[in-house]
Write a protein that binds this ligand. Structure first.
Ligand code: AMP
Ligand code: GLY
Length: 412
C-alpha cells in the first residue's frame, strides 16, 4: 500500500508515525516533507494540486491524507476524486467552512450553532460605520485564508479603523480581506475538538488544549501553537454536553440540509466562557499541534479508521486513559522575524519522548533548522506531570542556536 501525505509540519510527522504502525503500508511519500518524513519515506518537492495529482497517478498512490488547509481550499480532493484517486479530506465546497469565515459564520447563524455574535461586511465604509457604534474589545477577521494572521482583537476604535483599512483597502492579506467578519469578543479558555466524518456522521476525538501564545502564562503574540495537551484538563463534562447539543448536533444537521457531504476531518475551535461553550471557527483538517498529542493516545489503527470513513462505515474511536504532552521548540524571534540554518544537536540523545520535526531539513548527516516551529517533543504518561517531565528533559538535551520554547506546557 502506498500513501501520500501532503504537508510539512509536526502534524504530518505525527500522521506518518501513526500510519507506519500498519505493516500493509509499504511506502510513504511526503509533499514536501521535513527531516522526520525524509527518514520514514520519500519527500516529494511538489505542492500544486495539478503536480500532486499527476504524481499520485504516476506512483499509483492508494491513499492520500492532506494536512494543511490551502490545498483543500484549492480543491485537491475534487481533483483527486475526478481521477479515481482515494483521498481523505473535504471537497472544496466543504473546505469553504474554513476557507471563508463569512460563509462559515453564515452557516453557524443559519443552523442555530452557538457562536459569537457577528456581522459580515463587503463594503469598507459600512464596516467603519459599524465599529463606530460598537463596544470594545471587538474581533476583526479577514474572511479568507491569511496563514493564521487574519484575526485581530482590537481594544479601541482607532485600532479597529486601522485594521479594517489594512484588510480592505491596503489588502495586506490580498483577497482574503475583501470580506470581513466583525464579532463580539468572548472571554474564556480555548479547546480544540477534532472529529472524523464518514460522509454522513461525525465521530469526535477527545478534547485538546492548544497553547497559542508565544510566552509563558499565555502572554505575547499568537502563534501557530507552542504546545498541546490531551485530554484537555479544563474542558468539563458539562462543557462537552454544551458542545454536543449546541455545536456538534446542529453542525451535522446543517451539513445535511446544505447538502455538504465530505469524508475527512472537521476541527471545532471552541471558546468556553461563563455562559458555556461557543464555536469560534471550523478548520477542515487536523490541528497542529493537536495531532501530535491525539494520535499517540489513539488506540485505533489510523489507516483502518480512515478507510472505514471513506467507505461510509461507522467507526468506534478509542483513546488510552493516559495523558499526552507536546512541547514545540522554536527558532528565536518566532512568530516574527527568524533566522534558520542552525544545526540541531543531540538528536540521538533524545530518549524520553518522540521527536517530530517540522521546520527542519536533513543536510548531509546534519539536521538544520528551516522554519519557525522547528520540532515537537511528545510524551505520554499516567499524569500530565509525568509526560511533561519527559518532554522538558529532552528539550534541555536538544540544542540549536537561538532556540526557545515555553516553560509551562502541561503545568497545572
Ligand atoms: P479563528 O481563526 O477564528 O479561530 O481565530 C483565531 C484565534 O483568535 C482564536 O483561536 C482565538 O484565540 C481568537 N479569537 C477568534 N475569535 C474570537 C472571539 N470572538 N473572541 C475572542 N477571541 C477570539
Ligand atoms: N492549532 C490550531 C490549528 O491547527 O489551526
Amino acid at each position: 500500500m502506498k500513501i501520500l501525505i501532503v504537508g510539512n509540519g509536526g502534524r504530518e510527522s505525527a500522521l506518518a508515525l501513526k500510519l507506519k504502525e500498519d505493516s500493509r503500508i509499504t511506502k510513504m511519500y511526503f509533499a514536501k516533507g521535513n527531516a522526520t518524513t525524509d527518514k520514514l519515506g520519500q519527500n516529494v518537492y511538489e505542492d500544486s494540486v495539478e503536480g500532486l495529482t499527476s504524481f499520485a497517478i504516476k506512483e499509483r498512490i492508494d491513499l492520500t491524507v492532506v494536512g494543511p488547509e490551502a490545498p483543500l481550499v484549492d480543491g485537491i480532493v475534487d481533483e483527486f476524486k475526478k481521477h479515481g484517486l482515494k483521498i481523505f479530506g473535504p471537497v472544496k465546497r466543504a473546505a469553504e467552512l474554513e476557507g471563508s469565515k463569512a460563509f462559515s459564520k453564515k452557516f453557524m447563524q443559519t443552523n442555530g450553532i452557538k457562536t459569537a455574535r457577528a456581522v459580515v461586511f463587503d463594503a469598507y465604509q459600512e464596516a467603519i460605520d459599524y465599529v463606530r457604534t460598537q463596544k470594545f474589545p471587538l474581533v476583526i477577521k479577514a474572511s479568507g485564508l491569511a496563514g493564521g494572521k487574519g484575526v485581530v482583537i482590537v481594544d479601541e476604535l482607532i485600532d479597529a479603523e486601522a485594521t479594517i483599512h489594512q484588510f480592505m483597502i491596503e489588502r495586506i492579506y490580498g483577497d482574503a480581506g475583501i470580506q470581513l467578519v466583525i464579532e463580539e469578543y468572548l472571554d474564556g479558555f480555548e479547546t480544540s475538538i477534532i472529529a472524523f466524518s464518514n460522509g454522513s456522521k461525525l465521530f469526535p476525538c477527545i478534547p485538546v488544549k492548544d497553547y497559542k501564545r508565544a510566552g509563558n502564562g499565555d502572554i505575547g503574540p499568537n502563534t501557530g501553537g507552542m504546545g498541546s495537551v490531551a485530554p484537555s484538563p479544563e474542558f468539563t463534562a458539562e462543557n462537552y454536553k454544551d458542545f454536543e447539543d449546541h455545536i456538534l448536533a446542529p453542525t451535522l444537521s446543517g451539513l445535511h440540509s446544505a447538502n455538504i457531504h465530505f469524508k475527512g476531518f472537521i476541527f471545532f475551535g471552541l471558546m468556553v466562557t461563563k455562559n458555556g461553550t461557543y464555536l469560534l471557527e471550523y478548520n477542515m483538517r487536523m490541528g497542529d499541534p493537536e495531532t501530535q498529542v491525539l494520535l499517540p493516545l489513539m488506540e485505533n489503527n489510523l489507516f483502518d479508521v480512515i478507510m472505514d470513513c471513506l467507505d461510509g462505515k461507522d467507526i468506534d474511536l478509542k483513546f488510552k486513559n493516559k495523558k499526552a504532552v507536546c512541547l514545540v521548540m522554536c527558532s528565536g524571534g518566532y512568530p516574527r522575524k527568524i533566522e534558520t540554518g542552525f544545526e540541531i544537536k543531540n538528536i540521538s540523545k533524545v530518549t524520553e519522548s518522540q521527536i517530530l520535526f517540522a521546520g527542519a531539513q536533513n543536510s548531509g548527516s546534519k539536521v538544520l533548522t528551516s522554519g519557525g516551529r522547528v520540532l515537537s517533543l511528545v510524551a505520554t504518561g499516567d499524569s500530565y506531570d509525568e509526560a511533561r517531565k519527559k518532554v522538558y528533559a529532552d528539550a534541555k538535551t536538544i540544542h540549536f542556536d537561538y532556540e526557545f520554547y515555553r516553560e509551562d506546557i502541561g503545568k497545572f
